[in-house]
Design a protein around this ligand. Sequence first.
Ligand code: NAD
Length: 486
Amino acid sequence: MSVTTETQNYLNYINGKWSESESSEQLKSTSPANPSELLGHVQASTKQDLEKAVEAAKAGQKKWKKQSGAERGNLLFKVADILEKNLDEVAETMTREMGKTLPEAKGETARGVAILRYYAGEGMRKDGDVIPSTDRSALMFSKRVPLGVVGVITPWNFPVAIPLWKMAPALIYGNAVILKPATEAAVTAAKVIECFDQAGLPEGVINFVTGKGSVIGQGLAEHKDVTAVTFTGSNATGNHIGQTVAARGGKYQLEMGGKNPLIVADDCDLDLAVDAAISGGLKSTGQKCTCSSRVIVQEGVYDQFKQKLLEKVSEINVGDGLEEQTWMGPCATKEQYETVQKYIEIGQKEGAELVYGGRLVQSDSKGYYIEPAVFDQVTSSMTIAQEEIFGPVLALMKVETIEEAIELANDVDFGLSASIFSKNINHILSFIDDIEAGLVRINSETAGVELQAPFGGMKASSSYSREQGEAAKEFFTTMKTVFLKG
Ligand code: NAD
């Protein structure tokens, strides 16, 4: 892979070429494990750069949509092979850039390869239905067609998988793409774009423009020639983008925050529930939109669950994600590190009991390390039970019955993922029926997504559309109804 200098500096990728921004300014990317380590630079792009990308994408899309699905699919298979070949390098860059441990970064990159292959195959699947006409001499059918230019705005927490689960379906259905990644993980995203470049996608079909959200992200949301915008990130940004795109009549898709509950029923296998709370709540330093942040436990097993949980949490090794013994890496950014500290203070002030962790972990490199934190005595009105923290903080809540647990689980603005541990089929069926979440998981942690199944939330977590699997077709295409008579 071509890395321009030892610190990895990347240009924009517009119309099939790497090019410098008109601003001649760059944005820094540093490592959260060692903030004085400069990982690289990306371009601080301007609206003029974006304009060039939109023009290139418009022209590229006109030719791209004429290729057959199979031809487009073959190119995506090629991108997948190149990404697979570069998996170690991409994963290592991800770990250095945003802190997730190397095994998690490798898993995410492998997921990216699988996403590309899944959507490459989609190029050979049906794109319409025949519908009987009332006119016996006519043929009527629906046909999926591309939207045009799609703007892709992504967060830093899954810098490979999220861009790919948006770009791969956008491309296979015949759209051109402009990716604007989060600056905090833009070097990793650039490495994904290099794979598309090496695979030889036609000019203008895929474009990469880095820069401030308020300039490039906002520019994509406002641009009349960007037919659709797909966004994953925070609620504040997402809602603003949704309003901006809707105001000009564009199509948009928003995947946003979560405050995901894990319910522990008194009939469940407690060891499995403890492992799920830890893995689902603390892996990736709690920086997954699907991570468990509220653990709602029935009183019959509350003390036993808490004891087992604390024993295991105390074994967690916090450190640099590149080191083999590390189970949990640093917070991805300084801002996130400070946010987690702020919520730990708020939790204590509002009367929750911090029963484990939450202290800063000192290191020579001054990395953004923090111990996982476990709060006891949390009630639903507390800030830490309502707001997304996006950090390694578990809030334990006690309930008498499963009905009460489900009610509490639903008592938040969000509705992304939810899980229950129970062996009682009635509890499980009530949970499936009554929980307000897009991802409903039984005897399994809240974090966990399969690329071939629809993904998305309810309530404030999403704009109600779904990503991934076949569901992606709904967003990335529109439909023609054809009435054909000889
Ligand atoms: P963020 O909202 O700060 O940034 C997301 C993207 O939006 C970045 O590329 C950013 O540059 C851009 N942006 C910022 N301001 C903008 C503006 N005014 N106009 C247009 N674009 C703008 O989010 P983040 O901090 O990068 O990510 C963390 C958040 O993402 C969390 O809330 C998390 O729950 C959410 N998330 C959700 C999912 C999901 O699928 N539901 C998945 C991962 C992360």
